[in-house]
Design a protein around this ligand. Structure first.
Ligand SMILES: Nc1ncnc2c1ncn2[C@@H]1O[C@H](COP(=O)(O)OP(=O)(O)OP(=O)(O)O)[C@@H](O)[C@H]1O
Length: 219
């Protein structure tokens, strides 16, 4: 059924003979599900698996369905999944605006794209940084640009790895509203890995604890 839902069916992620995690989960369109669990249990690895870029040291079983389509046979570049990893890098040879424009899907006139980038910069509070070199940005500023670049690509599902951890508390609230508001407006499923209980509360969706003896428990 084409319902925009992200389904993780009987997923088992292993490294050699060791099972890192098992998870079975449905994330309906417009819902932000939170994954929590101890360090090293394989949370980031799960996001790579869904995005189609699992490192060959790992193996996985189970099915990943997005909007009714099994992603097993869909190459990563065709999945249209926006992934934001913790150590996301900006392109160093491009300005901040060019980094954002890179996220934009093709379409529209040059002037429209320029307007979109300006609007995006204003939304993340970085209007003065249009032509800035990414190397001159603080960690939190880079995090905001990376986040916005991911949103601008208009993905069909969003996977976020500790998306707000590099931001101070004021900005954290603002960026949570921006990202969760985007997911609801576009009606896309979001899977967020975080250690921060406040992130989970703000997301308002199911919380899944993975690892140790708490695998698969949706609270
Ligand atoms: N490329 C790799 N080669 C070998 N082992 C790896 C590789 N990447 C990660 N690992 C190991 O696989 C396990 C899962 O890593 P992963 O980064 O998915 O955990 P995590 O739950 O996201 O941890 P954290 O909360 O600390 O970010 C860890 O034990 C890690 O050391």
């Amino acid at each position: 059924m084409r319902d925009g839902m992200l389904e993780l069916r009987d997923i088992r992620v292993s490294k050699g003979d060791d099972t890192l995690m098992t998870v079975d989960l449905n994330v309906p369109a417009g819902t932000i599900a939170t994954i929590m669990g101890p360090s090293g249990v394989g949370k980031s690895t799960l996001l790579s698996l869904i995005g189609g870029t699992l490192d060959p040291v790992f193996s996985a079983k189970g099915d990943i369905i997005l909007d009714g389509v099994n992603l097993g046979s869909v190459p990563p570049e065709k999945r249209q999944i926006g992934i934001l990893f913790q150590d996301e890098l900006l392109f160093p040879h491009m300005t901040v605006s060019q980094n954002l424009a890179f996220g934009l899907r093709q379409g529209g006139t040059a002037a429209q794209r320029c307007d979109q980038v300006r609007h995006a910069l204003a939304q993340i509070g970085l209007s003065d940084f249009e032509r800035a070199d990414p190397a001159t940005l603080s960690g939190g500023q880079k995090a905001r640009v990376s986040l916005m670049r991911t949103l601008l690509s208009d993905p069909r599902a969003l996977l976020l790895d500790e998306p707000f951890s590099r931001l101070d508390s004021d900005l954290r609230d603002r960026m949570r509203q921006l990202v969760f508001g985007h997911a609801k407006e576009r009606n896309i499923p979001v899977l967020m890995v975080t250690h921060d209980k406040q992130d989970a509360d703000a997301a308002g969706g199911p919380v899944i604890n993975v690892g140790s003896d708490r695998q698969n428990l949706a609270e």
